[in-house]
Design a binder for this molecule. Sequence first.
Ligand SMILES: O=C(O)CCC(=O)C(=O)O
Length: 265
Amino acid sequence: MRASLIQIAVNEGESVDSRRSRVAELVREQAGCDLVVLPELWTVGAFAYEQFETEAEPLDGPTYAAMSGAARDAGVWLHAGSVVERAGDGSLYNTALVLSPDGELAATYRKIHRFGFDQGEAVLMSAGDSLTTVELPEQTLGIATCYDLRFPEMFRGLVDAGATTMVVAAGWPARRRAHWTLLSRARAVEDQSYVLACGLAGTHAGVEQAGHSLVVDPWGEVLAEAGPGEDVLTVDLDPAKVPDTRAQFPALKDRVLGLRPPARR
Ligand SMILES: O=C(O)CCC(=O)C(=O)O
C-alpha cells in the first residue's frame, strides 16, 4: 500500500481559491498511490482565526468539490485534510473529509480536542464527539486532527474500533516541533500502528509551521520525514506489519482497564 503525504505551505499572499487549485493538481500527481493525505485547515490556515467565518463551508462546499475531482482523477483514497465546516445550525467545526477513489465522501471527522485554551479555535469552533475509522481494502484508518495527538486515550479508542493506521492531519507550530515528532512516535509505539502525520509548512497569521511531516511504523521507526518547506512524502506500507507487531510483542493484550482510584486513608 503506497501513501503520499502532501505537506502544504500556507503563506500570506496566496488566495484560498488558488491554493485549492494548486493542491488539486498536487493530488492528481499522486496517481498510482493508494492513499493521499493532506494537512489540517490547509485552505484557510489553521491559525487564521479571523478568516474562519468567511471561509466556512458546508461538507459539500468548494473544498469537497475540488478534492472530489482530484481523488477521482488520481484514483486514490484521499484524506483531504480538514475544512472549517459550517453545520446546518450555523456552528463551525474543524472537520476532516475522507474521499473514496470515486470521489464520494466516505467519512468525516469533527476534531474532538480544540486547540487554544479558551481562545482561537477553542471558542470559534464546536467540538466533535465521535471517533471516526475508515475501512480501506487492507487497513483501517483511525482519524485524528492535530491537538488530538496529545490525547492517548483517543487513540486507544481508535485501536479498540479496529484502527491499524492513524492519520493525523495537523497545523503544528514550529515552536513545539519536538513534541510533534515525539508524540507521533509515541502513538505508533503504544498503539502498535502506523502513524501518518501530515502537517503544514510556511507561516500564516504570524505562526511558523513545523513542517517535518512523518510516517512512523508500528515499531516506532520513522520511515520518512519531510523538511520544513512544502514537500511530498511517498512511502510503501506493509499492512501485515501491524498484526505481526501486535502478535510478536502483544503488549496491547496486557492492558488493564477500569482501574480503581487510589484508596483514601
Ligand atoms: O498541541 C500543539 O502543540 C499544537 C496543536 C495545534 O496547533 C492545533 O490543534 O491546531
